[in-house]
Write a protein that binds this ligand. Structure first.
Ligand SMILES: *Cc1c(COP(=O)(O)O)cnc(C)c1O
Length: 377
């Protein structure tokens, strides 16, 4: 028996059977990945919008390797090399005035931190979020995640959260009052299948929050770090949220997350923490990642347009390199055919395909993807 057969057998026998999957990927470079049988794919999943710099970008690999040789972990009982530099960078690229950063290890944990910060500073405990929205699976962030299949087995959830339709400002105005700590919003709904906000939506949320003292939290976990063609999704508007949460694209796949909160909004000493948060390795991976994204960011919108042209016959929703395609056929069947043609995509529902390729994807790769997609769909 070969390495992958042994691994499959052990997985079946010893792992909880929570993930339905069969393909095993063993190597990646740029936008390409290879499976255990040597088949090559163009990867339009990118670790779920995580590997924005492409797989194993040399600058990210070097940063991780050299930091690993110096120091891997010491905990936040000590000052950590490069946390200051990275915090400055996050505040600068977010453009949040007087902002400060707090680190985490994932998107869910970033949202947990945002919930705790909002509750602690407002003294309120209600949350408002949007239908079909996704904010994570920890017992805290799950409170703001919509999907009943994810929530129902774990009720009652920690915070009371009310949901309104994405885009419906009238409904939002009716539920946000002086008891609401925060309104959670994705600038583009990612897990819902790339749902773009209607014109003026984020601005309207800002106004409702200003009128009631609720904090506006932009969940930039999927939309952040250049994914939409700007550093963060809210940069497509003129408003500034009170808190942004981030993860996914922040460190090219090294587990890492953060929040940035506006001036005057911070945890008091000891109020929140974490053994691993902002570790030397994570900071090194993130700084290298941000450096690479700085170089490719100016080209992201153009690449998104190339996808738009290539997919003009399809029912596609596109912002930067977030691409959702509505299909009549069952999506899993299309996904399988695309895989046979060497393209990896992911289905967010039975009738919706999501493409979130590495930001470094080349024009030739984009053309191959759109040609194959048009043929298969
Ligand atoms: C993926 C995602 C999360 C959860 O991040 P994890 O790292 O899986 O915990 C939260 N919010 C949004 C918008 C996401 O796309």
């Amino acid at each position: 028996m070969g390495f992958s057969e042994i691994n499959n057998e052990l997985t079946e026998k010893y792992m909880m059977r929570v993930f339905g999957r069969d393909l095993m990927l063993v190597k990646g470079r740029g936008s390409r990945v290879w499976d255990d049988k040597g088949n090559e794919y163009i990867d339009c999943v990118a670790g779920i919008a995580v590997c924005s710099t492409g797989h194993c970008h040399p600058k990210v690999v070097d940063a991780i390797c050299s930091q690993a040789k110096e120091l891997i972990h010491v905990s936040n009982l000590f000052r950590i090399p490069r946390q200051g530099e990275l915090s400055k960078k996050l505040v600068e690229i977010s453009g949040i005035k007087g902002g400060r950063a707090f680190f985490s290890n994932s998107g869910s944990e970033s949202n947990d931190a945002a919930i705790k910060l909002a509750m602690a500073r407002t003294g309120r405990d209600r949350l408002v979020a949007f239908r079909e929205g996704f904010h994570g699976r920890t017992i805290g962030s799950l409170a703001a995640t919509y999907k009943p299949a994810y929530r129902d087995p774990f009720k009652p959830l920690l915070s009371t959260c009310e949901f309104v339709d994405y885009g419906d400002l009238d409904a939002l105005e009716k539920v946000v009052d002086e008891n609401v700590a925060a309104v959670f919003v994705e600038p583009v709904q990612g897990e819902a299948g790339i749902i773009l906000p209607p014109e003026g939506f984020l601005e309207g949320i800002r106004e409702i929050c200003d009128n009631t003292g609720a904090l506006m939290i932009c969940d930039e976990v999927q939309t952040g770090f250049g994914r939409t063609g700007k550093w963060f999704g809210f940069h497509h508007t003129k408003i500034s949220p009170d808190i942004i949460s981030m993860a996914k694209g922040i460190a090219s796949g090294f587990p890492m997350g953060a929040i940035v909160a506006r001036e005057g909004l911070e945890f008091s000493p000891g109020e929140h923490g974490g053994t691993y948060i902002g570790s030397p390795l994570a900071c090194a991976a993130s700084l290298a990642t941000i450096g690479v994204i700085e170089d490719v960011l100016p080209d992201v919108a153009r690449k998104g347009e190339r996808f738009r042209q290539g997919l003009s016959d399809q029912n596609a929703r596109i912002l930067g390199l977030m691409i959702g395609i509505q299909v009549d056929d069952s999506c899993p069947g299309i996904q399988k055919k695309l895989r046979e043609e060497g393209i990896l995509v992911n289905c967010t529902s039975n009738t919706n395909i999501r493409l979130v390729p590495p930001l470094v994807i080349t024009d030739d790769e984009i053309d191959t993807v759109t040609d194959v997609l048009n043929r298969v769909i």
